[in-house]
Design a protein around this ligand. Structure first.
Ligand SMILES: Nc1ncnc2c1ncn2[C@@H]1O[C@H](COP(=O)(O)OP(=O)(O)OP(=O)(O)O)[C@@H](O)[C@H]1O
Ligand SMILES: [Mg+2]
Length: 235
């Protein structure tokens, strides 16, 4: 039970504006890919920020690997093994690819070279462009760098916010393939507006609307649900 993240009935607000209501979910290290889907403004990013300690719930609790997150700083949460790759990527654009990867390892100076080699193995393009300024990478390469930087912290659970944002369909496909490959070794929690692709990939999924979880199931079950089909998949 404690081997993962347990979110228990949290409310989250920005000042007076409450955006999450009574949200509960569990992500265990036995999970492969868990998808959090929902429309713009549903609260997906807010939920990931709460899980990574950037926002404090006003009610409820979050446990990470058995420790209540209220007692942990964001960098302690990273060290526990929950790593969040933010929607905006937040790369250091003037710094090289390799320097960005180094920043990802700030919580773990041990086994740096080994982890770097693993990231380069997953994303060979990053090794080819190791000395290039991050800001000059293409959109897809920047997304891979953001994921690679997350991997440098050696996550047990890697949360990826809006992987496909700004990417052409072909690149989205490639990034999803990489994520699928990564899920052999670590647990992936991803948010997506491309509901179809995300649910196709996910073992388990949650649908968030207006700050509440309104459906859960396997990716396939959600894909088959009338509500998802009517609201999200009507071509
Ligand atoms: N810093 C903030 N201050 C005030 N309100 C905020 C802030 N960040 C987000 N919100 C509001 O909280 C709600 C949820 O936003 P959030 O970014 O979590 O949605 P999302 O599901 O990630 O949407 P998207 O798919 O567009 O990324 C929105 O109504 C948004 O306007
Ligand atoms: Mg978002």
């Amino acid at each position: 039970m404690s081997d993962g993240v347990v979110v228990d009935s949290i409310d989250v607000a920005y000042g007076d504006l409450q955006v999450l209501w009574d949200v509960s979910l569990e992500v265990s290290t036995d999970d492969t890919i868990v998808a959090l889907v929902g429309p713009n403004g549903a609260g997906k990013t807010t939920l990931l920020k709460a899980m990574s300690g950037l926002l404090r719930p006003t009610a409820g609790s979050i446990q990470l690997f058995g420790t209540y997150s209220a007692t942990l700083s964001p960098s302690q949460i990273v060290r526990q093994g929950f790593v969040h790759v933010p929607e905006a990527r937040n790369l250091f654009t003037e710094m090289s690819v390799e320097e960005n990867l180094q920043m990802g390892a700030y919580t773990r100076r041990d086994s740096y070279e080994e982890t770097l080699a693993e990231v380069y193995e997953t994303f060979p393009v990053l090794e080819e462009r190791a000395e290039q300024a991050a800001g000059t990478l293409s959109g897809g390469e920047q997304q891979m760098l953001a994921i690679g930087r997350g991997l440098m912290a050696k996550p047990r659970i890697l949360a990826l916010d809006e992987l496909s944002v700004g990417l052409a369909p072909q690149l989205t496909q490639r990034v999803f393939e990489k994520v699928d490959q990564l899920s052999d070794d670590i647990t992936i929690l991803l948010t997506e507006q491309h509901v179809n692709e995300a649910l196709g990939l996910a073992e388990r999924a949650l649908l968030l609307e207006n700050g509440r979880i309104i459906a859960t199931g396997t990716g396939e079950e959600l894909l088959d649900s009338a509500h998802i089909r009517d609201a999200y998949l009507r071509a």
